[in-house]
Ligand binder design. Structure first.
Ligand SMILES: [Zn+2]
Length: 212
């Protein structure tokens, strides 16, 4: 029987010992932590005003890279949402508004200036600089965050580190995962295992259907 032992858990980083498991499965869990576990990131940006030095596209891509607190029980992937709408709904996207003007001096706009419609879904840190505005410059925009996977774009990767090393005893492996802060490292690992299980079940039912 596969067994797991948590060796270390600081919240954002976790070290788990896996035993009685094939290396390829352990490696699949490692890979799924990076590429399959969804997290929130800003994807669509509607720029209403931008007199800063940054081009609209660069501003949008900078916003996409801000890690966002993600509650996987509250939101679903847009492709799995019942709304089937390109605009999305309250279950598959979160609206952020940014409205900043440098009135009388140079002003730095930070991630904390993004106002979210859902206070639980907000930037992991409030001090990530987005753009510097010179006196008189301003930006006004609406940004939509949604769940996505690391395999689509690196901005959706929930972890910065996911490595597998050999354990002390034969047949044991150590999985180390460090979260970007959008969710606990423990959640990333358990979600990766859940997704692996789902995929194996899908395969199993696929084979079952063919036999009939
Ligand atoms: Zn929806």
């Amino acid at each position: 029987m596969v067994s797991m032992k948590i060796l270390e858990d600081t919240g954002t980083s976790i070290k788990v010992e896996l035993s009685d498991i094939d290396r390829s499965y352990a490696n699949a869990i490692r890979r799924f932590c990076i590429s399959e576990v969804p997290s929130m990131a800003i994807d669509d940006v509607v720029i209403l005003e931008n007199s800063s030095v940054l081009y609209d596209e660069i501003l949008a891509s900078r916003l996409g890279l801000i890690p966002i607190k993600t509650d996987l029980n509250r939101y679903v992937l847009p492709e799995k949402c019942d709304c089937k709408s390109e605009l999305g709904c309250s279950k598959c996207r979160v609206l952020f508004v940014l409205d900043a003007t440098a009135k009388d001096r140079v002003t730095t706009v930070f991630s904390g200036d993004l106002v979210s419609e859902d206070k639980e879904t907000r930037p992991v840190s409030e001090t990530i600089p987005i753009v510097k505005l010179a006196k008189g410059q301003s930006i006004k925009l609406e940004a939509y965050a949604k769940l996505g996977r690391g395999k689509e774009h690196a901005k959706w990767q929930p972890c910065t580190v996911s490595v597998l090393t050999d354990g002390k005893q034969e047949g044991t492996y150590i999985l180390k995962v460090e979260s970007v802060g959008s969710m606990p490292a423990r959640t990333i690992v358990s979600k990766a295992i859940e997704i692996l299980e789902e995929k194996l079940l899908e395969m199993k039912s696929g084979i079952g259907e063919k036999q009939e």
